[in-house]
Design a protein around this ligand. Sequence first.
Ligand code: SF4
Length: 211
Amino acid sequence: MNAEKRQQIFARLQAENPHPTTELNYSTPFELLIAVILSAQATDVGVNKATDKLYPVANTPQAIYDLGVEGLKSYIKTIGLFNSKAENVIKTCRILLDQHNGEVPDNRIALEALPGVGRKTANVVLNTAFGHPTIAVDTHIFRVSNRTGLAKGKNVDEVEQKLLRHVPKLYKQDAHHWLILHGRYICIARKPRCGACVIEDLCDFKDKQEI
Ligand code: SF4
């Protein structure tokens, strides 16, 4: 795919949704960090249902740490992998209190050192809480990037590196949200809704669907 096409793809996604953001509910970097940890292999809707009850009770590292693993589990038990997530969140809160004055660090190395935080989670927090032009490649972005030809790659790291190289600077900050939302609602896994897609004529996918 050439640069002109990439530019047009993002111009159209931007025209459709000028201010894209995450569908996770949060009001502080800490709330976002915990929501993203909880969202691994779970839906944003499911995470929001849990955090909508948890955050009014506990939304700081100290308050969640004070709940303890069992106390936290009672709020998140509807979310997949809640046992290991509860343990990771409590350990993360302890590290934030001990090493970062209770604040979420604004740097990749410190974020990735937190239990339950990998590259994707760090990218989401750096982008959405701190305004860095990172791109967190999840299953949706991986699929959309490969189908459209925006950034073809065999694994998420390859796609991330290509997107970072090729997404026009103007669009890099929001690219991650545009591509996730496009994958979640239009370029869906089983049967992409090509007939409703604003970038259909720019997309290289060979097996487009009518609806
Ligand atoms: S045209 Fe179809 S395959 Fe291409 S991005 Fe749109 S929905 Fe996805």
